[in-house]
Write a protein that binds this ligand. Structure first.
Ligand SMILES: [Cu+2]
Length: 432
């Protein structure tokens, strides 16, 4: 976030971060216990670092977590076990924030909030009422101590499904309906005046979502936006808060059915307008992504990551579809110009920009991690942008603005994992 010292600080911070990560790569035990462990692998999945929650319909989610002084919360070994599965289905080896890039509209300030501020260090202590119905876990923040800062709880999400099988309209026939619940895991990290809520949601139907919520305060040092670059939030034309963007990146390491040798695919549908008195037709085409890719959203395009190690009971390979949320793509940097990236796994490639951990001369941003390699272990990067033009309501505190994406299960189970027993025979035999 904007700081009062101008841009030189950003570069000084970045250099310090790079140095620390270089120390981490040496891998001495001392380095692993310090902030330099930002890129280190998780070591501990003892009970304090385990999350397990059974939800409605008997679905259980399990995962481990660790804390990283850049990204903050990191989730590891995420597994999904709906009622009908004998054992957990591994979905992700790791999931984390990979950058929050904040360029101001006047071009005079540009921040990498994850790697360039003390985002990870500034984990916020949560008050019990911030984690309703849940447990606040203690997080060991290197060089700072223990912070009660990780909330694990559940939250209602409304209807999981509804089906009235009766042809009558009074709603008193065979009504199948259920209310869903999500496992919710979140932290709050401060970056100067902003506070970022990093939230992960795991639904009983197999959906995973992550959203970052920006709240706190607007930068008080940026109330000087020009006419095309700000918005007055004081009386009359006073206090033109400078506009800026929050480009949030996530890094997802899929391990479907326990194997990181997944395959990425892109789907595009093409609609042909009707000829004469007919109706429009649509055809959908699959493109395997065999080499590293910078992907762009367009109408009727989507991506999925497919298991090579397991199939559901219908014999279909398990997969997760990437469902980006609303996004304003910021074309200001090569790494913000694309919505998703698939890169071949490299341990040192952890951050979408300002990546500190790779040897000298290596690319430092995700657009340049894409350099033609064949994908045998794809890493998925998601970029969701928000152009923040302030409004009067942004003070004070600033209401939370959310941006994020979902991962929708696609053929992970042969039917809806919440199907009631009475309807279990309906697989592939649609009721007329
Ligand atoms: Cu903002």
């Amino acid at each position: 976030m904007q700081v009062p010292y101008g841009t030189t600080l950003r570069h000084a911070r970045n250099r310090a971060a790079a140095l620390l990560s270089a120390i981490a790569l040496l891998g001495s035990p001392a380095a692993l216990a310090s902030p330099a462990s930002a890129a280190a692998a998780p070591a501990d999945c003892s009970s304090a670092y385990k999350i397990e929650q059974t939800l409605d319909g008997g679905t259980t989610w399990r995962m481990c977590w660790h804390y990283n002084t850049f990204s903050g919360l990191v989730l590891d070994k995420v597994g999904y076990q709906p009622k009908g599965e004998a054992k957990p289905i591994r979905v992700l080896a790791g999931a984390r924030l990979a950058q929050v890039h904040v360029p101001y509209d006047d071009g005079e300030a540009e921040y990498d909030d994850v790697t360039g501020t003390d985002f990870g260090q500034q984990l916020q202590k949560l008050r019990p009422d911030e984690c309703p119905g849940g447990t606040i876990k203690s997080v060991k923040v290197p060089d700072r101590g223990t912070v009660a800062g990780l909330c694990v709880t559940t939250r209602a999400r409304g209807h999981a499904y509804r089906l009235n099988n009766d042809a009558s309209t009074d709603g008193n026939g065979h009504l199948y309906t259920a209310q869903g619940k999500d496992l919710l895991v979140y932290t709050v990290n401060k970056a100067s005046w902003y506070e970022y809520i990093t939230e992960w949601r795991f639904a009983s139907d197999g959906t995973i979502s992550s959203n970052v919520g920006a709240t706190g305060s607007l930068s008080p040092y940026d109330f000087d936006g020009g006419d095309t670059r700000g918005w007055p939030i004081g009386k009359g034309s006073q206090a033109k808060a400078e506009s800026h963007a929050h480009n949030v990146f996530w890094r997802l390491d899929f391990a479907l059915d326990g194997s990181t040798r997944t395959k990425a695919e892109q789907y595009d549908s093409k609609v042909t307008a009707p000829s004469g008195r007919g109706s429009p037709t649509t055809s959908t085409r699959r493109t395997p992504i065999t080499k590293e890719l910078s992907g762009d959203r367009t109408d009727m395009r989507w991506w999925r990551v497919v298991s090579t190690a397991g199939k559901n009971k219908d014999g279909h390979p398990r997969s997760y579809e990437i469902v980006p949320g609303a996004s304003q793509k910021h074309p200001g940097r090569p790494y913000t110009r694309h919505d998703v990236f698939f890169t071949q796994y490299k341990a040192c490639e952890q951050y979408a920009s300002d990546n500190p951990g790779c040897p000298n001369g290596s690319p430092t941003s995700v657009d340049r991690f894409v350099n033609g390699e064949t994908l045998t272990h794809p890493i998925t990067w998601v970029n969701i942008g928000f152009h923040h033009i302030a409004r009067d309501e942004d003070q004070q505190p600033m209401p939370v603005h959310w941006q994020g994406f979902s991962l929708a299960s696609r053929d992970v189970t042969a039917m809806n994992p919440l199907t009631p027993r009475d309807l279990a025979g309906a697989n592939g035999h649609p009721h007329p």
